[in-house]
Ligand binder design. Structure first.
Ligand code: ZN
Length: 376
């Protein structure tokens, strides 16, 4: 009896283990393998910097920016790698660095130690007088990018397998011919108000348009308003988009109606930080954008406050999640051109916003903090 019972228990245990192993094998399969005909987009939380990962059904990958450097490199690159691993990637095929500000290129040296990066795309030399960035571009970037580097020109395409990626802006120049669906007069140009000329790096941003079947998305880095006008007026070269990754963390130096209202996104994603971006003027432009169905935020923004923010289900990282006792006020930003990034604010768990886009133009956005998900 004892033996039979033990045997029976062992056989039962073996069956349970077999089921568990099968279940674990299934859940650890790469995300793109489970959604093998969707374009996956990860808006990674790099605390008010930028890191946006695109993974095509063919397994091709494009990362736009690498988050903050200095004391924050380990944190931000860890978060990028979590998305990379979720997508089952073994390399980054293409890395676009939109411009040479520390919240956009700072994490690059650290990231390159963790995963091979095959192709580096940027707008060319920095236009800012920053010793730190000059040191990076002279002494570090050439070694990192020796696998392949392209200085992007408007109209160039990025060979991301399965997705048409067109450079719309780079080095202060805008594309001169429309992408398919663009080319009509832009009615929002007449009310445009020019700002003081931006002679810094933001205006140099590499901006791209992505087409995947019927699905359209736009990411313009930190491109500022006068450059938006030069891109969008008098004719809109883009037409409308399904998804807009909001420029410049939602700051008012970018995000004119001439851009936002003309491209009329169905959904906008804001890569803001707790104390960076999501300012009332930009939020108003977004909230009044014709046809906007939802705005999603990477963080609750103290600059938006309760007045301009969206419901918490659309926010990936709430103020309560902040492992900090710092006062809820805007924080001084590091000097222009510094790659030190803002002082560490939040080093605890962070959540990304995930988009799965389908060829028919439909897509689903998921807040990985709370599992809230909505299809468009
Ligand atoms: Zn930025």
């Amino acid at each position: 009896m004892m033996n039979r019972s033990t045997m029976g228990t062992r056989a039962g245990l073996a069956r349970v283990l077999a089921v568990l192993v099968a279940a674990l094998t299934l859940t650890s399969a790469p995300a793109h393998a489970q959604n093998n005909d969707a374009l996956q987009i990860y808006l990674v939380d790099v605390e008010g910097g930028n890191a946006t990962l695109f993974v095509s059904p063919e397994g091709g990958s494009l990362l736009i920016d690498t988050g903050n450097g200095g004391a924050n490199a380990d944190r931000d690159v860890g978060r990028i790698m979590a998305a990379v691993e979720d997508a089952g990637l073994r390399q980054i095929d293409h890395l676009i660095t939109t411009h040479w500000h520390g919240d956009h290129y700072g994490g690059m040296p650290e990231l390159a130690t963790r995963i091979p990066i095959r192709h580096f795309i940027d707008h060319g030399p920095t236009v800012e007088d920053s010793a730190r960035t000059a040191e990076f571009l002279d002494n570090i970037y050439p070694g990192l990018s020796q696998a392949g580097r392209t200085v992007a020109k408007p109209g160039d395409t990025v060979p991301l397998a399965g997705v048409e990626v067109t450079v719309m802006a780079s080095g202060g120049e805008a594309i001169r011919s429309p992408v398919s669906g663009g080319g009509t007069p832009n009615p929002y140009c007449t009310t445009f108000e020019r700002q003081a000329e931006d002679r810094g790096e933001n205006a140099q941003s590499v901006g791209v348009h992505l087409a995947f079947g019927q699905f359209r998305a736009l990411h313009l880095g930190d491109l500022t308003v006068n450059k938006e006008f030069e891109l969008m007026c008098p004719a809109n070269p883009i037409g409308t988009v399904d998804l807009h990754i909001v420029s410049h963390h939602g700051l008012e130096a970018s995000n004119s109606a001439a851009l936002i209202h003309a491209i009329a996104p169905r959904v906008a994603l804001l890569n803001n930080g707790t104390r960076k971006g999501g300012t009332p003027g930009s939020m108003t432009t977004l909230h009044t954008s014709p046809g906007l169905e939802d705005l999603w935020q990477l963080h609750f923004s103290v600059l938006s406050g309760q007045e301009y923010t969206v419901p918490g289900v659309f926010i990936a990282n709430l103020i309560d999640d902040q492992a900090t006792t710092m006062p809820l006020a805007p924080m001084p930003q590091p000097a222009r051109g510094s790659n030190a990034g803002p002082p560490p604010v939040h080093n605890g768990p962070a959540h990304w916003i995930k988009v799965e886009a389908r060829r028919d133009g439909s897509f689903t956005v998921t807040n990985t903090r709370n599992g809230f998900s909505k299809s468009y």
